[in-house]
Write a protein that binds this ligand. Sequence first.
Ligand code: USQ
Length: 398
Amino acid sequence: MYYQNNMKVAILGIDGYIGWPLALRLLSRGHEVVGVDSLYTRKRVSEVHSDSVTPILSMEERIKQIEEKTGKTIKFHKGDVNDPDFLYRFAEETRPDTFVHLAEQRSAPYSMIGLTQARETLMQNMGGTLNLIYVMKDILPDSHLLKLGTMGEYGTPNIDIPEGFFEVKYNGREDYLPFPKFAGSWYHWSKVHDTNNLMFANKVWNLKITDVMQGVVYGTRTPEIEKYELYTRFDMDEVWGTALNRFCTQAVLGYPLTAYGKGEQRRGFLSLEDSISCLTLGIEKEPESGQYRVYNQFDEHYSINELASLVKERAKSVLKIDVKVDHIPNPRVEKDEHYYNPEHSKLKELGYKPSRNLKDDIDSILKDVFNFKEKAMSLKDVIKPKTLWKDESKEKAR
Ligand code: USQ
């Protein structure tokens, strides 16, 4: 394992919540960045009548501003990783050292809207990853793929969760095997299928792969976003927004926080800044040739009730806003009380030091969202959960 500077990194999904701040970080560390995006998320978010609360520029305008502010450029290729011709052309032309694959449909609720969205999620995500595997095998067999998976691949088993693999004893024999997966949405299953395909590609073609099982990311800022004043997107609607970002927005608007079910479900969380640091570490300290490695990427795990209480307390302290926590019927099918103890030491062994504390992060999200309160208010109709994992009325109607 070695440390590399001045790498050429292709970020697939560069226009997204994580892709954009990752591009800024890599540029500031002296790497060359090339980007791909189909602008899929912008389109799908607008289809559910939502938008980013933070103001985001077009990709062209982002690149123009970064050139003016840093003198560095990002070569952007608009296209879909699910189109093999496009991806082969892109790889031939740019020949990166590392592919960071973030270009997947990333919303669990979106994947549960209906058959169209379930098919789209599975085909889009598995198709894009499969294309990338073949592109690497055929054109760049020594390149490194850092692929974003999810902690949700594991589900919530009643035993500790290892980082990808574990030792099993069965009928008197032992082996070291992939940990069983039990995901909670078609989106999360699409990541499980990707993982299986990546393990197989590594086995047959020795491809160098890092599979990142990332927890729920929250936040609005990284040092580069602050320095260049170029926001990344921030979603808070029921389809595209994630728990803590939604709670902070709800608090700014004075709306009750939407804790689903009993609120005792636990997930691994990490700040946007920590996500970018971990991904950068995984890019710069790449696996050995022919290695497939798995990281559980989160800082701490919290229950939904713990997060909601902390947001309630910080909203009172920072913005003098009183909010209440509403326990609404869970639109998802998931355990809302369970054991949860995933291991997460490998990234720390690689050098990851969590940078922030949750209280400060929540304060900073609350202040940022408060600055764009009018925009957040204009999106108030898309806060309440409408996407049901199990729609009883449809079942009765059939
Ligand atoms: N939840 C609430 N209230 C809300 C929103 C969510 O109680 O208003 C609960 C959900 O029921 C769930 C938990 O919060 O138990 C997390 O939900 P989420 O929407 O924040 O996150 P999730 O759907 O799991 O997906 C998100 C990202 C996805 C990423 C995943 C990491 O959208 O791209 O892969 O987090 S993880 O959850 O670890 O699998």
